[in-house]
Each structure stands twice: as C-alpha cells, then as structure tokens.
Design a protein around this ligand. Structure first.
Ligand code: NDP
Length: 458
C-alpha cells in the first residue's frame, strides 16, 4: 500500500504516558495520527498509579506533620480525616488531568478514539466495529496487576481498587515487598489503618541497595507497620462477619483477620484482547511485546513502548520510548531512547530516591569501589522529637573516581536525587561532588561533605 492508501500514518493503541507522547510528537512532525484508549486517557500513571498515589501519600503524611508540629510550639485540636473527602478531591483532579490529556491530543491534531482496539494484520486495527489502516501501529497498552492463584484470591484487591475503596479499612494486609507494597503500607498507616506487610523474601525492595532496604524497613517498623519477612499468604476466606481471614506462613499467628487484603505482587504487560498474533507480533515469555532498541516489534510496521514491553516499568521511560519511536518514524533520524541513567523514587514514608548502581551491583561490575555513607537525624526532627533518620550513600569506582550510584532515604529524597541524576549522567567524580559548595542547612549538603570512605573489593 502506498502512503495515501492508509487511513492514518500512525495508529496508537493506548492513551497512557507512552502512547500519548508518541501520538503528539508524531502529529507535530506532520503525520496523520489516531489514538485509541479503552478506559480513560492518562493511563495507569494518571488514573490509578503515580498521580493518585502521590496525592494519597501527601494526605497520609499530615498525621505525622500534625504530631511533629507540637515540637515547634503548635497545639492542635485532634485532627479528623475524611476518606470520602480525599477520594472525591483525588477523583476531581484525575478527571481534570484525563481531560487535559485528551484536549492536548486534539489540539495537536490527533484523532482521539474511545474503545478497545485489536490487531487484524500488520497495518489494520479494528475498533468499535470499524477497520482502520495505518502505515505504522504503536502498541502502548501498559500493564496490569499480577495476582497469583491461591484459594480465595478473589477476595483480594490490587492497587487498581485501592484508590476507590468505599471507606478507609481498619486492618490492611499488603502482600509484596516492592514499590507499590511499601508505598501503600505508608499510605494506609499514615491515614490511620493497622497495616501488616507480608513479603516472601528476606528483605523488602529486592534490587535496591541493601542499606536502603534495611533503612526503610526499620523506618516502617518504627512507624508501627508490621513487616513480616519470609512470609506467604496461602489462603484467604471471608468470615461471616465480613472479615477476611488470611492464612499466613512465617507470621507467628498463622491465621489473621483483615478488612482488606491488597496484593502488590508485581505488574504484567497488558496484551489482553489485542490479538497480537493476528499481526504476527511476537510476545516474550513473561508476556511482554518483544522489541528492539528502537521499539520495533517482530513486525516492521508495529512498534511498542512502555510497560507492555516489560522492560523498565516507569512513566518517564515510557515517555522517552514513545518520543523516540515517533521521532524515528516521522522525524529526521532514527533514534533510541537513552536509558543509561534512570533515576527512580519510591514514595514510601520516608521516601527513597536512587540513581545508578547499588553497592552489590557496583561490586559485580567494578574491581574495587569506595562507599560513602551517612546516617543522621534531620534538623526537623531535632525539635519534632521523631526518631527518624536520613540515609545518604554514594558508590564510587575506586579506579576512575566516577560516582556510580547515589541513594537516599529521607524527606525530599526524590527531589534531591533528580538533581544528582544530572551529575551522574555527566560522569561526575567524587572530586566534583567535593568541590561543590554545600547548601546549608539542608540534608542534601551531606552529598558534598562525605569524607569517610569504606573500600570494597570484588
Ligand atoms: P515490584 O516488581 O516492585 O514488586 C513485586 C513484589 O511482589 C516483590 O516484592 C515480589 O517479590 C512480590 N511477589 C511477586 N510474585 C509474588 C507472589 N506470587 N506472591 C507473593 N509476592 C510476590 O512490583 P509492584 O507491583 O510493586 O510495582 C510494579 C512496577 O510498577 C514496579 O516494578 C515499578 O516499575 C512500577 N512502579 C513504580 C513506582 C515508582 O516509580 N515510585 C511506584 C509503583 C510502581 P520478589 O522480590 O521476591 O520477587
């Protein structure tokens, strides 16, 4: 088919972060573009991920802020919290953002469609009973929560439902030890629930620096979150009084009652109903669409970006990948997303910011490393009286003195690490950090005043 025979030059399936960015950039290059979304524009991040999660994190933090205020001379009447008030405010903001996504697409001359699209062949999709052809198709359908099969799993919720619970549960069991598990443990605890986190491994947040993992674990326990390690849920039943009865291994008491059991056991690519096989698009073993560095699938006219490819499941990564595909297809030159330095945050309480290598991975890749670490009480807590410490850590290659990793657990860690990510990407050395004048009094200044070195050899 020649260019003119297609209905569109670019058809994007999925109106989340990656798909929307790709659609707008392609349209900006002059391509005729359509985008289809089966649920709501904005995708996981805006509708039931990063954005509502962060709003709930803010809400949860107030309980500590009110308590800490007393150390600064404030006395407050007992504070009351309304779950329905929070959820209504959150919903309004999500609605505003979702509409903004659609409006921006239309303003960029993208045809905005509502409905589930499926592949018919390498250049054809079907949506709402209509067949449409495109020179290029982009799969950007994201991911969905994974639920293991155990008896009674139908009683459990995932993060999808957690944002819209009819009321704040009194007793929550969270299963998993990753990003979502620790973030929601902090949210529910801060809002006043009793929280138990059950993780099957030996320490939460596998893959993060070991000091970061241990530090957050201690901080969560200090806040009164019950963290069960080497613990599995084998069965969930609903009792007559409505309580959820969970059978737990490695928990002391093997049977415990909860109001909500939330699984945060990872996310899997969402290829449901896409009929990728009809177009011959290969899917990898874990369910992710197979792509090369340019986001191209096994079918040359079909690309894929974001969580559906099962690589780095982070919004800014999907956005970069979406932009790279659109620029490659309709811009002046083919380009791949540069993902050499991907900072990441966990909005736990306290939050984590991290960029570059953990100590363990640095040791696998480098013969010798210098580790700098500082644990301290932030100035705020000198008056609040709260027993909470901040951790900062730098990993440096002994041979080149290049900083390989920067990690922080403490207030504003994500904000601080974003800045340090620029330094790491530019190849900053420990001497560059040392030569930088401190900004006083901050927690961040510790990053430029670290002196005590621990040398580790592979
Ligand atoms: P993660 O992959 O971070 O963690 C999944 C957790 O579930 C792990 O602790 C894992 O254990 C555990 N698990 C896996 N399978 C089972 C099972 N069958 N039974 C019990 N536990 C199990 O996934 P999340 O769901 O927390 O988040 C998904 C992704 O979304 C993240 O990886 C991240 O990319 C993204 N995200 C990013 C956020 C951010 O940037 N702040 C926030 C939220 C999500 P084990 O370690 O043993 O494998």
């Amino acid at each position: 088919m020649s260019r003119r025979e297609f209905d569109y030059q670019f058809f994007v399936i999925g109106g989340g972060s990656g798909g929307v960015r790709a659609a707008r950039i392609a349209a900006g290059h002059g391509a005729s573009v359509a985008i289809a979304e089966a649920y709501r524009y904005g995708g996981t991040c805006v509708i039931r991920g990063c954005v509502p999660k962060k709003l709930l994190v803010y809400a949860a933090h107030f309980s500590e802020d009110f308590a800490d205020a007393q150390g600064f001379g404030w006395s407050l009447a007992p504070a009351k919290f309304s779950w329905s008030g929070l959820i209504a405010a959150k919903d309004q903001e999500i609605q505003r953002l979702s509409k903004l996504y659609e409006d921006n697409l239309r303003r960029s001359n993208v045809t905005v469609l509502h409905g589930a699209a499926r592949m018919i062949d390498a250049h054809t999709v079907q949506i709402n009973g209509q067949r449409l052809t495109a020179r290029h198709i982009l799969i950007a359908t994201g991911g969905k929560p994974f639920l293991p099969t155990i008896p009674g799993i139908e009683h459990a919720i995932t993060s999808n439902e957690a944002f819209d619970l009819p009321r704040l549960p009194g007793r929550v069991l969270i299963v998993g030890g990753g990003y979502i598990a620790v973030e929601f443990a902090g949210i529910f605890k801060g809002l006043g629930a009793e929280v138990t986190l059950s993780y099957r491994g030996e320490q939460i947040l596998r893959g993060f620096d070991d000091d970061v993992r241990a530090h957050l674990h201690d901080a969560m326990v200090k806040k009164g979150i019950r963290v069960l390690l080497h613990s599995d849920v084998t069965q969930i039943d609903r009792a007559e009084d409505g309580a959820l009865v969970a059978q737990l291994t490695g928990a002391g008491e093997p049977v415990q009652d909860f109001d909500v059991v939330m699984y945060a056991a990872g996310r899997v690519p969402d290829v449901d109903g896409l009929q990728l096989h009809a177009a011959g698009v290969k899917v990898a073993k874990g369910g992710g669409v197979e792509v090369n560095e340019y986001g191209q699938t096994s079918v040359p006219s079909v690309h894929a970006v974001g969580d559906v490819t099962n690589r780095i499941a982070l919004t800014p990564v999907a956005i970069r990948e979406g932009a790279a595909v659109a620029n490659s297809l309709f811009g002046p030159a083919r380009s791949a997303a540069d993902l050499s330095v991907v900072p990441s945050a966990v909005f736990s309480q306290p939050p984590i910011g991290t960029v570059g290598l953990s100590e363990a991975v640095a040791l696998e890749r480098h013969r010798q490393i210098d580790v700098y670490r500082s644990t301290f009480r932030s100035m705020r807590h000198s008056l609040s009286g709260r027993d909470e410490k901040t951790l900062i850590k730098l990993i440096v290659d002994s041979a080149t003195q290049r900083v390989l990793g920067a990690h922080m657990v403490g207030a504003d860690a994500p904000e601080i690490i974003q800045g340090l990510a620029i330094a790491l990407r530019m190849g900053a050395t420990k001497a560059d950090f040392d030569a930088t004048v401190a900004l006083h009094p901050t927690a961040a200044e510790e990053f430029v005043t670290l002196r005590e070195k621990m040398t580790r050899k592979a």
